[in-house]
Design a protein around this ligand. Structure first.
Ligand SMILES: *Cc1c(COP(=O)(O)O)cnc(C)c1O
Length: 210
């Protein structure tokens, strides 16, 4: 990451590393947290809640920053709004509305990234680029979510989508401050294109267990 930041002329340390701990044990999360890492991302709600509970007594438990990056069904929004501070996979207004209304009043607004299907892949989640501007405006009207950025997963082996997501953001009336893009195989290219949050699983933890 430091090399990619350097060669892209980005400020050293300015890109956040999210450790994608889906498929990994609570002990694996604890090992990284013991080394000082605080940002973790999960894709499956029940698995994430079990891990959060298993780690609740650890000295750093309250300092952990949990990001939800998986598909969201309506019946999961309440728990997500209660147990996470960041959500990267918002692509339907109904889901955004539920997250907003279900975010506990005593917590800060939920930070959300809007997912974009940048390569227009038929089976992939996310808004089409031309749907984005209206959707951002709708989400910004919700009181208990804070729209912080855009997220994308480009087509396999394709990295051109990163720059296109950054350009799409720049074209918004008010461009968003954050871009969630880049995984184990392509985070250097994502950083070169302006990523602020890379989501890395395999390169940190090894191959996910069966
Ligand atoms: C699993 C996952 C990642 C991490 O993928 P790796 O290739 O293991 O780094 C990143 N983002 C999302 C949305 C994922 O589901």
């Amino acid at each position: 990451m430091a090399e990619a930041e350097h060669s892209a002329g980005r400020t050293p340390g300015s890109v956040a590393l999210l450790a994608v701990s889906k498929g990994q044990s609570a002990a694996a999360v604890a090992a990284l947290a013991d080394c000082g890492h605080r940002r973790f991302a999960e894709s499956y709600l029940q698995e994430a809640l079990a891990k959060q509970q298993a780690l609740a007594q650890c000295p750093w438990a309250l300092d952990l920053e949990w990001h939800f990056i998986g598909p969201i069904q309506s019946n999961k929004t309440r728990k997500i709004a209660e147990s996470f501070d960041w959500v990267h996979s918002v692509d339907r207004l109904k889901i955004a509305e539920r997250l907003s209304s279900q975010r506990p009043a005593e917590r800060a607004p939920l930070k959300v990234f809007i997912e974009v299907n940048i390569d227009r892949e038929p089976s992939k989640a996310g808004l089409l680029p031309e749907e984005l501007a209206a959707f951002v405006a709708d989400c910004r009207a919700l009181p208990r979510v804070q729209v912080v950025g855009l997220m994308t997963i480009p087509e396999p082996h394709g990295v051109a989508g990163f720059a296109r997501l950054a350009a799409l953001n720049a074209q918004l009336v008010a461009p968003l401050p954050l871009l969630s893009m880049g995984m184990s195989a392509d985070f250097p290219q994502a950083i070169a294109a302006g990523s602020t949050h890379v989501r890395v699983g395999t390169a940190l933890f090894g191959v996910r267990g069966a």
